[in-house]
Design a protein around this ligand. Structure first.
Ligand code: ADP
Ligand code: F6P
Length: 324
């Protein structure tokens, strides 16, 4: 198996996520243990097209497992969406002797990997995104760190909200997905949780909720708003005007993407990284690593991209009941 694959590459693509470094480390060390050389491609597909490619050894991934971000850097690259860009990327892989590539990123990065495999380069994806929005897997690297960072921040905002008897709208990331909002909404005991998947944003209901809670003696009112709904600042202005209660918006932003990965993110990243290196060294291609129903597994990229994911109905129901 490993005699056909002599060298693999590894890159990180799309938004950075805590735990990506642990995944890079694991890919590098497991491939080397399999007798395969590793090259690091800097700055995602953009770096591939710019031939920013470096040799990696065990030592080049020392002291990174605990660090947030990605030592390889990441980027979004529009040129790689074109046929010419993909052909050029495959040619560059061949020029550098890269027989297979591990791509750590989200759905968009998998599409790039799929195109590369169509051009003859073996590829395996690893789910790296704080958004948890990849359908084939129950876990994505970075989610656990992001929700813990957001949860701590929301606890702090709640202190101020209670002291000043204010209403707080806290906007969390997730692009079009509401998983960070759902988890933090439940974990922070929010009074309202707004999820893009549920199309249930009803400002009058929120206003009534705030007024009723205030009458019952609640000193704070926390609304967790998902990025996919957005508009937190204008929402705060309207809610304050309608309720007469001071209302502030806090947009947590990139703090959710940074920081040292949690134990869970380091663990999943390490196992997924090793798994990706193994199947790539075995000559598999166009696969994505996943964690599903308690096991590490892999899927064809096309099959993975065709899968649909939604907020689990029971979790949603619980979030609604507990928020009342
Ligand atoms: P994520 O991987 O987190 O979903 P993006 O959607 O921004 O992030 O995708 C990351 C990169 O993957 C893009 O900048 C682009 O270079 C590449 N990519 C995305 N979609 C495609 C596509 N359809 N074909 C080829 N490459 C793509
Ligand atoms: O996919 C991770 C993520 O942080 C999303 O939650 C967010 O919508 C997006 O990336 C922001 O991307 P950018 O880095 O382009 O601001």
């Amino acid at each position: 198996m490993a005699n056909q694959i002599k060298t693999i590459g590894v890159l990180t693509s799309g938004g950075d996520a805590p735990g990506m470094n642990a995944a890079i480390r694991s890919v590098v060390r497991k491939a080397i243990a399999n007798g395969v050389a590793v090259k690091g491609v800097k700055k995602g597909y953009q770096g591939l097209l710019n031939e920013e490619i470096v040799d990696m050894d065990r030592h080049s991934v020392s002291d990174i497992i605990q660090r947030g971000g990605t030592i390889l850097g990441t980027a979004r690259c529009s040129e790689f969406r074109t046929e010419e860009g993909q052909e050029k990327g495959a040619e560059i892989c061949r020029k550098h002797g890269i027989d297979g590539l591990v791509v750590i990123g989200g759905d968009g990065s998998y599409r790039g990997a799929q195109e590369l495999s169509r051009h003859g380069i073996n590829t395996v994806g690893i789910p790296g995104t704080i958004d948890l929005d990849i359908a084939c897997t129950d876990y994505t690297i970075g989610f656990d760190t992001a929700i813990n960072t957001a949860m701590s921040a929301i606890d702090k905002v709640r202190d101020t909200s209670s002291s000043h008897e204010r209403c707080s709208i806290i906007e969390v990331m997730g692009r079009n997905a509401g998983y960070i909002a759902l988890w933090c909404g439940i974990a922070n005991g929010a009074e309202d949780i707004l999820l893009p998947e549920k199309y249930d944003y009803n400002e009058q209901n929120i206003i009534n909720n705030i007024i009723n809670n205030r009458k019952r003696g609640k000193t704070h009112h926390i609304i967790i708003n998902a990025e996919g709904i957005g508009h937190s600042t204008s929402m705060a202005r309207r809610i304050e005007a309608a309720t007469g209660i001071e209302t502030r918006a806090t947009i947590l932003g990139y703090m959710q993407r940074g920081g040292n990965p949690t134990c869970k993110d380091r663990f999943y990243a390490s196992v997924m990284g090793a798994y990706a290196a193994d199947i790539l060294c075995q000559g598999k291609s166009n696969r994505v690593v996943a964690y599903r129903k308690g096991e590490f597994t892999d899927f064809d990229i096309e099959e993975a991209l065709a899968m649909k994911k939604d907020i689990p109905e029971y979790q949603y129901e619980v979030s609604r009941v507990l928020a009342q």
